[in-house]
Design a protein around this ligand. Structure first.
Ligand code: ATP
Ligand code: MG
Ligand code: MG
Length: 372
């Protein structure tokens, strides 16, 4: 069987690996962590730094290579691409890992972002910055789960926040009147061949995704508009693979604003494993192999709930899985991580129901029962 390579062996790499193995491929995972969640299922775990020449040379032998996270070296991906098929491209990954480039590309595609100002040095802060207050100062690179973000109301708070970020390049984003958050996952092979999953409605708690509800409880026309926007962005990037586009629904007139993109399967797409004809990890496998995307149809309304380390006991004891295991329409997925830190994504579950509200209700009830 063909060997597929992946940069990163976290939970996304793990679910990719399981999908690829199930589909008849072998998988090589590069991840410096000896306990990387994907290692359990991989044919080969290259336990080395992402920049390790020897490990990259081995990945270059694979029939195709992909990534599970955006903070991989785009240059490493570009050089791999001289030897094998790499998707998404290093160029797309470079855009997704930098909010300044990312926002410029979103606007270039003719889509809205929240009003923003690039702040690369303290002197970029001026009276003109007032137009973006109250706002959020986000580091241009390396932020996730709300890390690297400081909310600011005044110019002096902004100056202090920029200092707190130690002068690294930032984007000051105006707070928008958020009514709900959605994400669209696009599966794109080329200009003529791309498919979207239905938008997921995302609920965050403390800056971390808590629930994804599908179908999103929004008008059909708005959902279609979101899909068209995500596709347009993927086309503009000439993107190959699975691309997640996070959007805000803003104001009384429900304007769609693009927040950020992820060049990979996304946490808000985990429900596709149990509730769609083809799941997002199977799509990643298919697209990196040059195959058409599979059917993205939703088979059942559902809700995905994240399971964070927070529901483990103080003494490290596991949550009570029994209610989830007993439930007639829920699917539990654990990532095999050894230590359960607060805020760490340890697993997720998906509930399926006749309608999204019921699935969401079950997910909340089941989640509440995890903590003994
Ligand atoms: P992740 O990559 O884990 O999704 P992140 O750290 O990159 O998160 P963002 O997605 O930019 O952060 O923002 C996190 C959350 O903060 C958003 O999901 C949204 O709830 C809120 N938020 C971000 N930007 C704005 C904004 N301009 N106005 C209002 N709320 C915002
Ligand atoms: Mg992000
Ligand atoms: Mg986000």
């Amino acid at each position: 069987p063909a060997r597929l390579g992946i940069l990163g062996g976290g939970q996304l790499g793990r679910m990719f690996t399981v999908a690829a193995k199930t589909m008849g491929y072998q998988v090589v995972v590069l991840d410096p962590d000896p306990l990387a969640p994907a290692a359990e299922f991989a044919d080969e775990h290259l336990c080395a730094a992402f920049t390790d020449e020897a490990a990259l040379a081995q990945l270059a032998q694979c029939a195709a290579v992909t990534t599970e996270f955006e903070n991989v070296s785009a240059d490493a991906m570009r050089s791999l691409a001289q030897h094998t098929i790499v998707s998404p491209s290093g160029d797309c990954v470079a855009i997704a890992q930098n909010r300044i480039l990312e926002k410029a590309w979103i606007r270039k595609a003719g889509l809205e972002t929240a009003p923003y100002q690039v702040i690369e040095q303290e002197s970029d802060i001026s009276d003109a910055s007032e137009a973006f207050l109250p706002g959020i100062l986000k580091t241009a690179t390396l932020g996730y789960d709300g890390k690297g973000q400081i909310r600011v109301k005044t110019l002096s708070e902004l100056v202090a926040a920029f200092k707190q970020h130690q002068g690294v390049a930032c984007v000051l984003e105006k707070m928008v009147d958020l009514r709900s958050e959605i994400s669209v996952i696009v599966c794109r092979l080329n200009n003529d061949t791309s498919m979207c999953f239905d938008p997921a409605e995302n609920e965050h708690i403390d800056g971390i995704l808590a629930y994804s509800i599908v179908p999103a409880r929004l008008p059909e026309s708005l959902q279609q508009q979101a899909k068209d926007m995500a596709k347009r962005l993927a086309d503009e990037l000439n993107y190959v693979g699975v691309l997640a586009v996070e959007m805000f629904v803003v104001g009384d007139d429900a304007q769609l604003v693009v927040n950020e993109i992820a060049p990979r399967p996304h946490n808000s797409g985990h429900h596709t494993i149990n509730a769609c004809v083809t799941d997002q990890f199977q799509q990643q496998v298919r697209l990196m192999c040059g195959l058409n995307p599979g059917d993205t149809s939703l088979l059942s309304p559902c809700t995905m709930a994240n399971i964070l380390g927070d529901v483990w006991g103080e003494d490290g004891s596991e949550p009570n899985w029994l209610p989830l295991q007993q439930h007639a329409a829920s699917h539990l997925h654990l990532y095999g991580k050894k230590s359960a830190r607060k805020g760490r994504k340890m697993g997720h579950f998906t509930t399926l129901a006749q309608d999204a509200n019921q699935a969401y209700q079950w997910a909340q009830d089941l989640h509440a029962q995890l903590k003994k």
